[in-house]
Ligand binder design. Structure first.
Ligand SMILES: Nc1ncnc2c1ncn2[C@@H]1O[C@H](COP(=O)(O)OP(=O)(O)OP(=O)(O)O)[C@@H](O)[C@H]1O
Ligand SMILES: [Mg+2]
Length: 328
């Protein structure tokens, strides 16, 4: 089977490609983008994975501020690699979120006796960076100059990242959120006393910053959940470890109300009776393929062969695109 419901549906503007590390997310996303562009649809491909490899896949440099025209494609294809760290920094400034500085939180929680939470806050809560990067992307792709892109493809970070950011609003509402609200109330109360006494007091804006962060992430979630425009494609390979991780991903996406119709099963070894090693690998894969076909009956599975060379550069991506979209 080939990828269904994408090419023939012009409303499917946003295609997110995700899955376990190393399965072929970047290659699939890039091949899908080349395929659309070469069929007359102006396309943009964006990597939100902090460890970018999109430029390597196209074998040409890509910018991180403006879309870069990708050469060698018979059509209009643009690409960019968003730097999540920079994007979250920019966003924090826009929202004036300095109050949500995690070092501050760590110290305050520590001084309140919440030592066990201090470590948790020593770094940004997981997923915040990518959430803010995605929020930034969503903000700019909704602006007028991006309206003439017919398709926008996202090459996302390996499984965990993307999912964690979706559950961040719940995290912010959780006990820690309440603890922080209490802290802010106490601080503001003291600030009130101080100002009554004519002493300088600074208002604590942690709540506002948290609410702003939550709103931003909710917007990302809404975007993900708009099944008319957005679809998540899971990329996997025929190993039990990858299949198990894809199953968890599919479940999580279902819980989060994110549409999944297509699963790419990549890197399928051809049968080769002359090579003992290949024969053994291929037999193992055949078994796993049977398993995934039964497991994922609700999805359209697209099986892609393991090519005899690395898929890199536009001509190779074109071959991958044919394997994804054209029946043999
Ligand atoms: N069907 C295939 N046949 C041959 N090589 C492939 C195939 N699919 C992917 N590759 C190669 O496998 C490597 C990993 O692919 P890719 O970078 O797309 O994976 P990824 O899921 O994006 O990895 P990461 O999790 O690191 O982002 C690349 O060198 C790519 O060219
Ligand atoms: Mg990748």
């Amino acid at each position: 089977m080939v990828l269904k419901g994408l090419m023939e549906n012009p409303d499917k503007k946003f295609i997110l490609v995700g899955g376990k590390g190393g399965t072929g997310k970047t290659t699939s996303a890039a091949a899908i983008a080349v395929y659309f562009a070469e069929r007359g649809e102006k396309t943009l491909i964006i990597s939100t994975d902090p460890a970018h490899s999109l430029a390597d896949s196209f074998d040409q440099p890509l910018g991180n501020k403006e879309p870069t025209r990708i050469i060698g494609v018979n059509g209009q294809l643009y690409g960019m690699e968003i730097d999540p760290e920079q994007a979250s920094g920019d966003f924090a400034e826009i929202l004036n979120m300095s109050g949500a500085n995690t070092d501050d939180l760590a110290n305050t929680l520590g001084s309140m006796g919440f030592d066990e939470f201090k470590d948790m806050f020593a770094t940004m809560p997981p997923g915040v960076d990518e959430a803010l990067a995605l929020a930034k992307v969503i903000q700019f792709i909704e602006s007028p100059e991006y309206q003439d892109y017919k398709r926008i493809i996202f090459d996302t970070a390996p499984t965990g990242h993307t999912l964690r950011l979706l559950s961040l609003p719940d995290f912010l509402d959780s006990f820690l959120g309440k603890a922080m609200k209490l802290r802010v109330k106490i601080n503001n109360m003291f600030a009130g006393f101080k100002s009554l006494l004519g002493m300088e007091a600074q208002r604590d804006n942690t709540i506002e910053a948290m609410e702003a962060l939550k709103k931003t992430i909710m917007k990302v979630r809404e975007f993900f959940q708009d099944s008319k425009r957005t679809e998540f494609i899971i990329v996997t390979i025929p190993t039990i470890m990858a299949i198990n991780e894809s199953e968890r991903l599919a479940e999580e996406l279902h819980i989060q109300n994110i549409a999944v119709n297509n699963v790419i099963v990549n890197q399928i070894m051809p049968e080769n009776l002359d090579c003992k090693f290949c024969k053994a690998r291929s037999a193992g894969q055949a078994q796993n393929l049977e398993y995934i076909r039964n497991l994922f009956v609700q999805f359209n599975l697209t099986e892609v062969p393991f090519f005899d060379r690395e898929i890199r550069g536009v001509p190779a991506l074109r071959i991958m695109g044919s394997a994804l979209f054209e029946s043999k």
